[in-house]
Design a protein around this ligand. Structure first.
Ligand SMILES: [Zn+2]
Ligand SMILES: [Zn+2]
Length: 242
């Protein structure tokens, strides 16, 4: 575990140096970026991002399997604890690469750009913005919570106050990407706590990407237990299938 952390620290430092030396290259296709002042991504990669078109399950934003009432099979079977998911794009192609780069190469500029796009979405009135937290181990290993960076940008752009410390991850979990859907639900069960009274508060919960929505649902459970009246999940990307 420690060896992995050292390796990831070296990789992070290396990619930081590469970015210093080659500041104007698109991090996705590595060609020279043509709109560097607006986005680290070149216009060709940016154009390839598949935006969520607003059609899909009106609760979880899934683009598959939703019926005429606008609710998907999953949400009909078990109603999520969160009220609604708003997502910028679909988790594939250039956006998937962007999110991977942001996570593993700590490309803060990408988180800033995505945060700005997310703040332009149809966000409901809310009292507070909170990011999905990393565990203490995650923070030590990567030292970069991209959801927190995006939440900060959304807060700045919308004026909704930011709270990055009240929602905490209190249990170590396995990476969700390693697990099947049912295991993912069990993996994050009881993993989050809120140490603040949120009675009557409307919360915007920010995450980088959602797949099965098990993590954001468990965060929403902790937020509602603390009194939150509404939890809207705002995410940069949503996977096409559950
Ligand atoms: Zn590119
Ligand atoms: Zn749904």
């Amino acid at each position: 575990m420690r060896k992995m952390q050292i390796t990831s620290t070296i990789l992070n430092k290396l990619s930081y140096l590469i970015d210093l030396v080659f500041p104007s290259h698109c991090p996705v296709c590595v060609k020279r970026s043509d709109n560097h002042s607006i986005s680290p991504l070149c216009s060709s990669c940016w154009a390839k991002i598949e935006r969520h078109n607003g059609r899909g399950c009106r609760i979880c934003a899934s683009v598959t399997d939703y019926d005429s009432t606008g609710v998907c099979q999953e949400c009909r079977a078990i109603k999520p604890v969160f009220d609604r998911v708003i997502t910028f794009g679909i988790y594939n192609g250039a956006l998937k690469q962007t999110i991977h780069l942001m996570k593993f190469r700590r490309l803060r500029r990408l988180a800033n750009v995505l945060g700005k796009e997310m703040s332009l979405m149809d966000i409901p009135n809310a009292d507070v913005i909170m990011p999905v937290p990393l565990s203490n181990d995650g923070l030590r290993g990567r030292e970069f919570n991209q959801s927190a960076v995006m939440a900060k940008v959304v807060s700045k752009e919308t004026g909704i106050p930011l709270d990055i410390s009240s929602l905490k991850k209190t249990k170590e979990t396995l990476p969700q990407s390693m697990l099947q859907k049912r295991e993912r639900i069990m993996n994050v069960k009881g993993a989050f706590e809120v140490d603040k009274d949120l009675s009557g508060k409307r919360v915007i919960l920010v995450d980088d990407v959602i797949t099965t929505s098990a993590t954001v649902n468990e965060c929403a459970r902790a937020l509602k237990k603390a009194g939150a009246e509404m939890v809207t999940v705002l995410t940069a990307a949503r996977s096409k299938s559950d």
